[in-house]
Ligand binder design. Structure first.
Ligand code: B12
Ligand code: SF4
Length: 437
């Protein structure tokens, strides 16, 4: 009999921590971290997950988890850096800093960072904390490579999207071409809270990447610009599994649920055929939303959409690099009302070129629509690498060396911010469905 050499893969113990502590808007569940957990589990590693939004005393929760599990590696997910509110900004990243420091207090094992917040500021956050490694963008494939390298005692140089403390720039990150290759997480990674709380909207992601390139948006640094879709069967199967376990409310966390419309309509039709008996919410890009899609959404259980309306002025929409006009928003809003889907609208005031008259135009426009809720932001968070950051630099609002981790906001120098705040305060005082931030 031929002699064979067998490689024995010794599993590593991986503790994954979701550092997010805020419940702004709603309590979110750590879907991204759960995806990484699933991928690491399938790579043969033993994974435990700790969601810090669910605990009161984070020091003992972290200490206990490390004592009991004795992890070889700790992965930490960083979601929100701040609440994107100019004036009275909440710097949520302070919580993440505390979490990383606590983990370091309890163990000297490698700490690997990832998540939406980390991906926007990979070098600044690594330099600012006691973490060892950071993964920019999607974590499933890259984390597996990092675990292999740690296990084999190899160096990390050249791993896509992987930053090492004190190292040079990371190699370009790789985007997952077919998301189905990484199965959605086992319900056990998501379920605890959803089973007991009826205000939880279970996140589902069907697509990654956004090609729209709005002037202020940082999403490309997390998901890239190439749209990649899960198969509809894969998505409906996941929802069905959770539904059988008692989950009824879902949130499609896709950046633009309706793009491409053919995919969105087919997804809704398949959900309706599966008679899932669910309620769901999503984010809509108000470009050519037609009745076939809205009717299909309603039939599939859509309860509310967030419409990225942003301004009532076509001039400003153009400055934001939006591919729609205010008339597209009108059309979408009318159809949603007709099909009894609730609508949350948004206005972002203070963009380049904003004037008193464009602010007034936006407020009047919002009144003319069927929004059930309206969120008005004054000032726009500036993210690295965006067209807005370039504009802010030219206007002298930021300097070339600013890393922007400490929140900075654009408010057009041509407009009096005090006037805008008073105008919005007067407006929202008589409209109970209006939130200002
Ligand atoms: C859907 C969404 C919402 C929904 C959430 C609904 C729900 N039930 O979950 C709602 C509307 C409620 C919401 C609210 C808010 N949101 Co939001 N939201 C999003 C959105 C569009 C998708 C998030 C998501 O679920 N992604 C899907 C998962 C699979 O991806 P992921 O978490 O990024 O994980 C991947 C990677 O990051 C990585 N990864 C993640 N963790 C880890 C850990 C390790 C160790 C590794 C290696 C890798 C890794 O791998 C994962 C899989 O590939 C993102 C934009 C975006 N595209 O990321 C904004 C985003 C996350 N939100 C943002 C903000 C600011 C907020 C609010 C503060 C806004 C506000 N003031 O109300 C609140 C905070 C809510 C809260 N309680 O935390 C910002 C965060 C910016 C920042 N870093 O500061 C983002 C990035 C939008 C943006 N471009 O500015 N949000
Ligand atoms: S559509 Fe949304 S996610 Fe896409 S670039 Fe614009 S703001 Fe960002």
């Amino acid at each position: 009999m031929a002699l064979r050499y067998v490689t024995i893969v010794v599993a590593m113990k991986v503790l994954l921590i979701s550092a997010n502590r805020t419940e702004i808007n709603m309590r979110t569940m750590p879907l991204g971290l759960a995806c990484v957990a699933q991928a690491a589990t399938e790579g043969g590693h033993a994974v435990n997950m700790l969601d810090l939004v669910q605990v009161d005393d984070i020091s003992s929760a972290i200490g206990d988890a490390i004592d009991r599990f004795a992890p070889d590696v700790i992965g930490i997910s960083i979601r929100n850096i701040d609440d994107q509110t100019m004036g009275n900004t909440r710097f949520l990243y302070d919580d993440d800093r505390k979490v990383i420091a606590l983990v370091r207090k309890f163990t000297d094992r490698p700490i690997v960072l990832g998540g939406a917040g980390y991906s926007m500021f990979p070098e600044a956050i690594l330099a600012d904390t006691q973490a060892d490694i950071g993964i920019e963008g999607e974590g499933e494939a890259a984390f597996a490579l990092v675990l292999d390298a740690i296990q084999a005692g190899r160096v990390f140089d050249g791993l896509p999207g992987v930053h090492v403390k004190g190292g040079g720039p990371a190699a370009a990150r790789a985007l997952i071409r077919q998301p189905d290759n990484f199965p959605l997480p086992a319900p056990a990674f998501m379920l605890d809270e959803a089973a007991v709380r009826n205000d939880i909207w279970m996140p589902v992601q069907t697509r990654r990447g956004c090609p729209m390139d709005c002037s202020y948006c940082s999403t490309a640094s997390i998901e890239g610009r190439i749209l990649r879709k899960r198969t509809i069967e894969n998505v409906v199967d996941w929802i069905g599994r959770l539904r059988r376990l008692g989950v009824r409310q879902f949130y499609f966390v896709d950046n633009t649920f309706n793009l491409p419309p053919s995919y969105a309509t087919a997804l809704c039709n398949t959900m309706a055929e599966a008679s899932l008996d669910i309620k769901w919410r999503c984010i809509l890009y108000p470009h050519r939303v037609d009745e076939a899609l809205v009717a299909a959404m309603a039939a599939a259980g859509c309860f509310e959409v967030s419409i990225g309306s942003e301004s009532g002025s076509d001039e400003i929409l153009k400055k934001f690099n939006k591919r729609f006009h205010h008339s597209d928003v009108e059309q979408a809003s009318k159809l949603l009302k007709k099909h009894r889907i609730k609508q949350m609208g948004f206005l972002m005031l203070g963009a380049p070129g904003e004037t008193r008259s464009s602010v007034e135009e936006s407020l009047a426009f919002a009144d003319s629509l069927g929004f059930d809720m309206l969120k008005i932001s004054i000032g726009i968070r500036i993210y690295p690498g965006t067209a807005l950051a370039g504009e802010a630099l030219r206007a002298g609002i930021i300097n070339p060396g600013d890393n922007l981790l400490e929140p900075r906001f654009y408010f057009t120098p041509g407009l009096d911010e005090g006037w805008a705040r008073e105008t919005v305060a007067r407006y929202s005082a008589t409209r109970p469905n209006c939130i200002t931030g």
